[in-house]
Design a protein around this ligand. Structure first.
Ligand SMILES: *Cc1c(COP(=O)(O)O)cnc(C)c1O
Length: 381
């Protein structure tokens, strides 16, 4: 293994393209000067198609959780009732933020590895008519499940007046999203997953319906007051000093996405998902999620006859390939491969090839190359 070669395939942070890395090394500029203004002017329109919205996408310095907290503190106040769909540890985080802010939080807990069914949300809303907001994860990073966001938005709006608030941190930029058309009221993402940047930026966009609710919400808030970001962005500015290096990188990321074409970006992610799943299937190694709820950005594998942790340490030691383990009660039960952002089918072949060696080395007798072959065949089509 090369001392400085790292193969980072966890579901965020994800690898950074060299041109983005270089862009981030540019010298500092004044954040109130013309150059920053022009930078924001160039970035602004290019974020919208990624969210599928005509609204502005607001940029806050902070990790993804700051975006989740922004969604909570701007829309609801202590005593309000909300429903949080919990399909894993990030749904759980949304619920914890709400509880911490003394919101009356209903949890719809779904077995880890499954997506939520819109019918169960419909039933819940009918029983609890005073729910003001419904929170859901889009891609649940802890399990690799994609929740059916479009259908959920329909159910929420057909059966309540609640806002529909979505955590898209681990998939926006990797999967097609139509915030306006589907009826998402607040959509949040972060910089370090499919957007190919280091952690440090969170992106939040809100519907007109959400703005009405936020404008009427008198709950105190300062740094995370979304209105401040909106009022400033109208003038191509930010309320506080922006993380300029990350914005330099972001401009380059948006350029790369535009060059490849968003449709192609989404197709590439689907292909990487399918190749990864085909490879494990070929070895009869169980996947945690079903095909119809599987994420294009991350795949969770639930081994039946070897230790996930043994494999993880073997491939890290031998090849510097890092994949993620399980979270909370799934620790040791699963491992998770991030195939998002700066990741291509070529990388998937490398991941699979290495894992096959790793499996052999930890004592699971496998047919070497069978998974790689399945992935290759899928690629060739
Ligand atoms: C990574 C992630 C977050 C944000 O985590 P931070 O560590 O605060 O950036 C939130 N939600 C999901 C689904 C994530 O994958």
């Amino acid at each position: 293994m090369l001392p400085d070669q790292q193969l980072l395939r966890i579901p965020g942070p994800s690898p950074i393209p060299p041109s983005v890395q270089r862009a981030m090394g540019k010298p500092m500029i004044g954040h109130r000067g013309q150059e920053t203004k022009e930078l924001l002017q160039r970035i602004k329109p290019k974020l919208k198609p990624i969210f599928g919205t005509q609204q502005d996408v607001l940029i806050i310095t902070g990790s993804g959780t700051a975006g989740l907290e922004t969604a909570v503190v701007n829309t609801v106040k202590p005593g309000d009732e909300v429903l949080v769909i919990v399909t894993g540890s990030f749904g759980d985080r949304f619920a914890k933020i709400c509880t911490e802010y003394q919101i009356k939080t209903h949890r719809l807990d779904i077995k880890w590895g499954k997506s939520v069914s819109p019918g169960s949300v419909e039933a819940y809303l009918k029983e609890h008519p005073s729910i003001k907001a419904v929170f859901s994860t889009y891609c649940e990073t802890s399990t690799g499940v994609m929740n059916p966001i479009e259908e959920l938005a329909t159910v929420v709006h057909n059966h309540s007046d609640a806002l529909f608030i979505v955590d898209g941190v681990s998939c926006i930029g990797g999967v097609e999203t139509k915030m306006d058309e589907w009826g998402i009221d607040i959509l949040v993402t972060g910089s370090q997953k499919a957007l190919m940047l280091p952690a440090g930026l969170t992106f939040v966009s809100a519907s007109n319906r959400a703005w009405k609710v936020m404008d009427a919400n008198e709950r105190p808030r300062f740094y995370l007051d979304l209105k401040k970001y909106q009022d400033n962005l109208v003038n191509d500015a930010t309320p506080f000093t922006p993380a300029l290096s990350l914005l330099f990188g972001l401009e380059q990321v948006l350029k790369l996405l535009e060059e490849e074409g968003l449709e192609q970006v989404y197709t590439r992610h689907q292909l990487m998902k399918n190749m990864t799943r085909a490879a494990f299937r070929a070895h009869d190694i169980p996947l945690l999620t079903s095909d119809d709820s599987a994420s294009s950005t991350i795949t969770a594998i639930k081994p039946a006859d070897f230790q996930a942790e043994d494999l993880r340490s073997m491939i890290k030691k031998e090849f510097g390939l890092e994949v993620a383990g399980g979270q909370q009660h799934m620790k040791g039960e699963i491992f998770r491969i991030g195939h998002m952002g700066y990741c291509s089918p070529a990388d998937v072949l490398q991941i699979i090839g290495i894992i096959e060696i790793g499996l052999q080395k930890i004592g699971k007798a496998i047919d070497l190359g069978k998974g790689t072959r399945a992935a290759q065949e899928l690629y060739i089509g």
